[in-house]
Design a protein around this ligand. Structure first.
Ligand code: FAD
Length: 481
């Protein structure tokens, strides 16, 4: 009888409190309704929201409006947030939870832990000083507690950003924008001060293919071209297209608009006035070597590039070296070539080539019953927040379908049926008790959020983030409600 009564009552664990975790939770609540008895989210950091908090540029606050939807999820009585609780991985001083423990304690486990590592270029000199990743730089200006010791000095004049996605343009904008523009955002005070006193004059945003292939979007490019006190440059030969290219460009409105903007930049009068900073958008260059500075031993001084040309059909062209080289001075290099996933458990069917979890194309993790995935760790580190929402819907739908099939199969259906869950309830209780001393609940996170807003108010900005993990925990656990 107990089994029958329990049929349909479900407990689900979500690993990762970024957009994919929250959107999956939102759709699970929608599809499973009252039968979703417990929806527990495990997040390695004390604060939720993943890259919405630690990736999205501070001067794009409108992008963070999705947080209102995540807060609505958190208000559901079935939802619990366990911040500061990593699954698989551990940070110093933290206890982690094992995937197996979650599988024993929940009817389903959704892996939405994003891609928190970075790719390497594999180019000589990559480990020189002042060669950093966009992940480190973005995390630093956004107050990520693990990236507060920026391994870079911003006093040099020339910066090379390798990569031409929107993250690269975010980095360029942060480096070139007038600090008074950033002052009213939630960029950290430390980052603001360093950027204010930086000696940066020229930022080159470099890609190995041509303008047609560039990954950035027009909104971000336009923002860069409109930055006050910044002159953007594009080599006009690079926007002098062949007839085939012109036909290709004309066929897609998005590309037409982008090429028009790049062409406008290319023919704009050059500005060399004092006080103007420069942003060079450079195409057809692939880094070959980072060379040490002759003045600053151990640090990068210049980047040698292979000059590239394109081969293949337009739309699928690949870059190949021409045999020529070009060298750009570089006091700082930011590699913006993508984030990278990793496996948090040896039992996971992890694809080391694509750096994603293997799944059935919808979100069921291959070979692990009751385990699902969503977001960047499922699809790779590309796509905007809206993309993760659509993807999360697919994963949640698959879970709801599987539960419904299990219900139809009757009370004796095997693991994942929700039947005979007394053992699961015990395991879940033990697990929650074990992590309780370190965990941050959603209410406790809200105390930190209130503290950050209060700090920000004093500085005339929306928030001043707490960047020290210990202090974050102290505020969460000890600040009055
Ligand atoms: C620099 C940057 C700027 C961006 N700007 C925009 C923008 O302006 N607009 C837009 O729409 N999109 C933007 N995006 C894309 C957007 O951030 C992603 O689409 C989205 O965040 C992916 O969501 P996710 O949940 O899969 O991953 P994430 O956002 O990375 O969330 C994953 C979460 O899992 C947690 N986690 C990791 N490992 C574990 C573990 N072992 N245990 C528990 N928790 C774990 C992480 O701490 C994190 O909170 C940007 C991305 C970057 C990198």
């Amino acid at each position: 009888m107990a089994g029958l009564l329990r049929r349909g009552a479900r407990q689900i664990a979500v690993v990762g409190g970024g957009p994919s975790g929250f959107y999956t939770a939102q759709y699970l609540l929608k599809y499973l309704g009252g039968s979703l008895q417990q929806l527990d989210m495990f997040e390695r950091l004390p604060a939720p929201y993943g890259l919405v908090r630690y990736g999205v540029a501070p001067d794009h606050p409108e992008v963070k409006n999705c947080i209102a939807q995540f807060e609505a999820v958190a208000e559901n009585p079935a939802f619990r947030f366990f911040g500061n609780v990593p699954v698989g991985d551990t940070l110093p001083g933290q206890q982690s939870v094992k995937l197996e423990e979650l599988r024993e304690a929940y009817d389903a486990v959704v892996l939405s832990y994003g891609t928190i590592r970075e790719r390497r270029l594999g180019v000589p000199g990559e480990d020189l000083g002042n060669v950093i990743s966009a992940r480190e730089f973005v995390g630093w200006y956004n107050g990520h507690p693990e990236h507060q010791q920026l391994p870079a000095d911003l006093h040099g004049k020339n910066v090379v950003i390798v990569g031409q996605g929107n993250v690269a343009l975010d980095c360029a904008r942060m480096l070139l924008a007038d600090p008074s523009y950033l002052r009213k955002t939630d960029i950290t005070e430390t980052a603001l001060q360093h950027l204010h006193s930086s000696g940066i004059q020229r930022v080159s945003v470099v890609g190995r293919r041509g303008p047609i292939e560039a990954a950035f979007t027009i909104k971000e490019l336009r923002e860069l071209t409109k930055l006050s006190g910044v002159a953007c440059h594009v080599d006009k030969h690079h926007v002098d297209f062949t007839q085939d290219e012109r036909d290709y460009i004309k066929a897609t409105r998005r590309i037409t608009r982008m090429m028009k903007l790049l062409a406008d930049v290319a023919v704009a009068p050059d500005t060399h006035a004092d006080g103007v900073k420069h942003c060079d958008i450079q195409f057809f260059l692939s880094p070959k070597e980072f060379r040490e500075s002759t003045d600053n031993g151990g640090r990068v001084g210049e980047v040698v590039f292979n000059v590239m040309k394109l081969e293949g059909d337009i739309g699928r062209r690949r870059a190949v070296p021409t045999g020529q080289e070009r060298t750009l001075p570089a006091d700082l290099v930011i590699k913006s070539i993508g984030y990278q996933g990793h496996s948090i458990d040896p039992a996971l069917p992890y694809d080391p080539t694509r750096n994603v979890i293997r799944h059935d194309g919808v979100g069921r993790v291959s070979g692990l019953d009751g385990v699902y995935c969503s977001g960047w760790i499922k699809n790779g580190p590309a796509g905007i927040i809206a993309t993760t929402m659509v993807d999360a819907n697919n994963t949640a739908r698959a879970i709801a379908d599987d539960f419904s099939d299990a219900n139809a199969a009757g009370p004796t259906a095997a693991a994942g049926s929700g039947d005979g869950g007394d053992d699961r309830d015990d395991k879940r209780e033990q697990l929650v008790n074990r992590i309780a001393p370190q965990a941050v609940s959603f209410e406790q996170w809200k105390k930190l959020e209130a503290w950050e807003r209060q700090q920000g108010k004093q500085l005339g900005k929306p928030a001043e983030k707490c960047t020290d993990a210990e202090q974050m925990l102290h505020i969460c656990h000890n600040a009055p409600s």
